[in-house]
Write a protein that binds this ligand. Structure first.
Ligand SMILES: Cc1cc2nc3c(=O)[nH]c(=O)nc-3n(C[C@H](O)[C@H](O)[C@H](O)COP(=O)(O)OP(=O)(O)OC[C@H]3O[C@@H](n4cnc5c(N)ncnc54)[C@H](O)[C@@H]3O)c2cc1C
Ligand code: SF4
Length: 514
């Protein structure tokens, strides 16, 4: 007979960290609880693959804990005693089992952090939060690092992280003589390096999908319920990592910004879900990549490994720090006072703009788009078109497999929509068709002409681009990195300027028809 446990420990769906010190040894005094709740399925409209992948990963995590001898309560979405909210379930379990202590891992989301802190204050028993043991920085590290500064330059934070963790360092200097090889990492895909076949898992999540549908949870996007492609166990996540470092890393940096109409992943790792659910530890991911670079079998050039380290040790930790520094203000920031509705094609992919059609369609199909598609296609368009950043946020938070607010919000609001007024990005990430044409083959098969600024068939990105700068002149012209743009605009023939603005207004008034 096992003794009666006295401690209840909560594990959230994105806290599947098997390496956490909680799980070192089984302890009969402790019960872990994982729960599938409407509170989490309904706080935004999620992609069906995202909900199914989180539930499948939580279920296999719970099974693994049981195999290791831990005591686990798992509340399925359709369990009769599921109160469908974290606080209510915890209160109910405490009453039922007479626990004398409640412990939880600090959540990464502001919303859940506030909720659990409030709950802890009302519970009649001892409550104790612990660290997630996942990140390489504490919540407040970034704010401390940039204290007194107006802008939070990722590059200086990244260099500090490299030194602090001694990654790609040689006697205090960056390996290769430079901190950043970004210049070499902006190539268009030239078909010289074959794109490695991806690992696509075939996880059968049909039971989970049935349950989600029976419970009436509203979702977006498509799923092949018998063949969910995303990793849902640590073993699968490690397999994905292993395949990345051997097959993909050798060309990761070079084609990082490239886009291709016939391929949705190119040389990207697709590790974000495994990382954000914490099945993988970011330092173990970095170390695996560094080890492959050291072994040089196959050869990995410095710009490839540096590019990857910058994403995980730099951007990922930086975004987390930005989130905790700028929240809760960030959530409602709207520097340009944009109020437009998100065009309907964001939900269907039905548009004549090939770049948007390809990016949105693959997002609906795989719950995935890579960084440049998110930033320079869908994000770029939303900013140029003047869409309310709240609607843009909701879309990004729902559609991607890796979307959790701590990482989605700073990327969307701050980096992509410049809604924070430039604390993160030094200038808005906007471009005309020129950039999309240079970095992809999208324009070749598009109904619009990437070279035309106005008139029949002119690419919407072109007129909207100039219209954006014209509309926001007061807010932007003092920015030293943008001054050149205004000089070019002012030098343009006034009739041409009028034609461009007229075209932009026509497009902005009819976004749904583009
Ligand atoms: C508008 C917008 C919204 C985004 N929303 C999310 C989100 O909800 N969740 C999310 O994880 N990422 C988000 N990103 C960042 C980035 O696009 C994804 O991390 C990346 O596309 C995931 O695919 P991958 O694993 O193949 O990445 P790779 O290109 O292989 O990069 C490797 C890893 O680096 C990390 N990384 C790279 N860039 C960033 C970044 N800017 N911020 C944080 N981590 C980064 C990720 O963990 C990623 O798995 C967003 C970017 C933009 C522009
Ligand atoms: S022409 Fe314009 S709309 Fe078409 S793919 Fe190129 S950038 Fe996109």
């Amino acid at each position: 007979m096992r003794s009666k446990p006295s401690i209840l420990r909560l594990i959230l769906g994105d806290q599947l960290n098997l390496k956490h010190s909680w799980f070192k040894l089984p302890n009969d005094d402790v019960v872990y609880v994982l729960m599938e709740v409407r509170q989490e399925t309904d706080y935004t409209l999620h992609h069906i693959q995202k909900v199914a992948a989180f539930f499948a990963a939580m279920r296999s995590f719970a099974d693994r804990l049981k195999e290791l001898g831990h005591r686990v309560i798992y509340l399925h979405l359709d369990a009769p005693d599921n109160r469908q909210a974290l606080a209510e379930n915890i209160q109910y379990l405490i009453e039922q089992h007479a626990f004398s202590q409640f412990e939880y891992i600090l959540p990464d989301e502001f919303r859940l952090d506030a909720q659990l802190r409030a709950l802890a204050q009302t519970l009649p028993i001892k409550c104790h939060p612990v660290d997630s043991e996942h990140f390489s920085t504490e919540r407040q590290d970034l704010a401390d690092f940039f204290q007194g500064k107006k802008r939070y330059l990722m590059e200086s934070f990244y260099r500090w992280m490299r030194k602090r963790h001694d990654i790609l360092m040689d006697h205090g200097k960056p390996v290769g003589g430079k901190w950043n090889f970004d210049q070499k990492n902006r190539q268009t895909y030239d078909h010289k390096v074959p794109i490695p076949a991806p690992i696509l898992f075939e996880n059968d999540v049909s039971e989970i999908v049935d349950c989600i549908q029976k419970k009436g949870v509203k979702t977006l996007g498509e799923i092949q319920a018998h063949r969910l492609i995303w990793p849902v166990t640590r073993d699968q996540a490690l397999e994905l990592l292993d395949r990345f470092v051997t097959d993909v890393l050798p060309a990761f940096g070079t084609y990082q910004d490239a886009m291709l109409s016939t391929n949705w992943y190119l040389f990207h790792s697709r590790l974000s879900f495994a990382l954000n659910s914490k099945m993988l530890d970011p330092l173990e991911v970095i170390q695996a990549a560094v080890k492959a670079w050291q072994a040089q079998n196959p050869p990995v050039a410095i710009q490839q490994i540096e590019g990857f380290v910058r994403q995980v040790l730099g951007w990922r930790e930086y975004m987390r720090g930005i989130y905790w520094t700028l929240m809760p203000k960030l959530e409602s920031s709207n520097y340009f006072s944009h109020t437009g509705d998100l065009p309907s094609f964001y939900w269907t992919g039905t548009t004549d703009m090939t770049c948007m059609q390809k990016t949105i369609t693959q997002s609906l199909q795989y719950a995935y788009a890579h960084h440049i598609q998110r930033l320079m296609v869908t994000g770029n368009f939303a900013l140029l078109a003047g869409i309310d950043p709240q609607a843009v946020d909701d879309w990004y938070l729902g559609i991607y497999i890796d979307a959790i607010q701590w990482v989605e919000l700073p990327n969307t609001r701050a980096m992509s929509q410049f809604a924070d007024g430039g604390q993160v990005a030094t200038k808005p990430y906007v471009s005309s068709a020129r950039y999309i044409n240079a970095m992809s083959d999208y324009c070749k098969s598009c109904n619009y002409d990437w070279k035309k600024r106005y008139g029949t068939g002119s690419c919407p990105f072109n007129s909207l681009y100039w219209d954006f700068f014209n509309r926001h002149r007061e807010l932007l012209q003092k920015n030293a990195r943008i001054g050149m743009m205004y000089r070019t605009w002012d030098r343009m023939d006034s009739n041409q300027r009028k034609d461009i603005l007229r075209q932009a207004h026509a497009y902005r008034n009819n976004l749904n028809t583009l």
